[in-house]
Design a protein around this ligand. Structure first.
Ligand code: TRP
Length: 333
């Protein structure tokens, strides 16, 4: 449906509230969102109901983690005056649209979704519940209920946006609804490796540097970060392209990479030197974010105020969409 009052295109992005956000989130999505909020009508969804599909035993963590995620957003520069923060559980229209969307997808199709397959392989959902299997459909409802044109996501989420396009197309064809077909806006940034240098940075793998880490935590993590394994002596020539610390320079301090590369390849700097410098740089980069995080995280009333205000206003949009859908589906008097 068109948004007569606002000519801008709408974007929707979201996160499962499963912990604090880290540098991988920053590179992969947060810094992009900070730019996009200037230009687009922006909804940011805290997908607490979706988080239950993998963490259903621990609903008590959702409340804390919602606050952690919101504080991390503000730390990273998301402006709640520009982006609408939405708590998924506060928008029951999503669940209703999910049921209608479910009419147009088979269990077999969901089992073939590459991201679902991969997540099952990784043991995300041992019981393989229906809620887990169908979360791409639920996520399609997140997107369609707010009429998002664009969904900024990482590569792993692309199959879900395809699913959303497919479902919107089928609903529109079958019932004459005018839901907007969303498009994925796939980030170009390479996934940031964790300090283990093996896997992408992820809280659950214990290889993450968080936006709220203290300097001493950053130092301890950088101390453990994998560098070029072939470098034994300080003046051995290094190979920055296989060094995780160098990847951090590339992601956050691109203006330093030429000098660092040269010192490493010549054997002029040992890994200790390079680590001392990145500690300093990361300390200066994370410091202001951590301070914002701590300040706002201490004021739960303020954070809930933002979430509740955003959710209430988002719900008006969702309600309009469902009103339209119900009318087209002969579900209204
Ligand atoms: N599945 C996304 C993730 O795990 C989170 C999410 C939920 C989402 N709903 C969304 C992302 C809608 C984009 C649009 O990161």
């Amino acid at each position: 449906m068109t948004q007569a009052s606002d000519a801008r295109k709408t974007i929707l992005t979201g996160d499962r509230p499963t912990g604090n956000l880290h540098l991988g989130h920053y590179v992969g999505s947060l810094r992009n969102r900070v730019k996009l909020q200037e230009e687009y009508r922006t909804f940011i969804l805290i997908a607490d109901v979706q988080a239950l599909t993998t963490h259903f035993e621990h609903p008590e963590l959702l409340r804390e983690n919602t606050l952690n995620v919101v504080a991390s957003y503000l730390a990273a520069g998301i402006d709640p005056e520009k982006a609408t923060l939405v708590r998924q559980s506060g928008i029951p229209e999503i669940h209703e649209l999910f049921v209608y969307f479910s009419l147009f997808v088979t269990v077999n199709q969901l089992q073939q979704n590459p991201t679902i397959k991969n997540e099952m392989r990784l043991g995300y959902n041992k019981g393989h519940s229906l809620a887990f299997l169908s979360y791409p459909v639920h996520q399609s409802a997140d997107i369609a209920v707010f009429g998002a044109h664009l969904v900024p996501v990482g590569q792993d989420q692309v199959p879900h946006i395809e699913e959303a396009r497919d479902l919107v197309g089928k609903m529109n064809a079958q019932y004459g609804t005018e839901l907007i077909e969303p498009e994925a806006l796939v980030g170009t940034a390479q996934a940031l490796p964790g300090i283990d240098g093996q896997e992408k940075m992820s809280k659950s793998l214990g290889n993450a540097i968080f936006l709220c880490d203290e300097d001493k935590e950053i130092r301890a993590k950088i101390q453990k970060t994998k560098t070029d394994p072939a470098r034994l002596k300080i003046d051995d020539k290094g190979h920055p392209d296989i060094c995780t610390v160098f990847k951090y320079y590339e992601a956050f301090f691109p203006e330093e990479t030429a000098a660092v590369r040269q010192k490493c390849e010549n054997g002029a700097w040992g890994c200790g030197h390079c680590k001392a410098l990145i500690n300093e740089r990361l300390g200066a980069f994370i410091g202001p974010m951590r301070e914002t995080y701590k300040r706002v995280r201490a004021d739960e009333g303020y954070l809930w105020g933002l979430v509740n205000r955003g959710t209430l206003s988002a719900r008006e949009t969702a309600a309009k969409t469902l009103d339209h859908v119900r009318a087209k589906m002969h579900l209204k008097a």
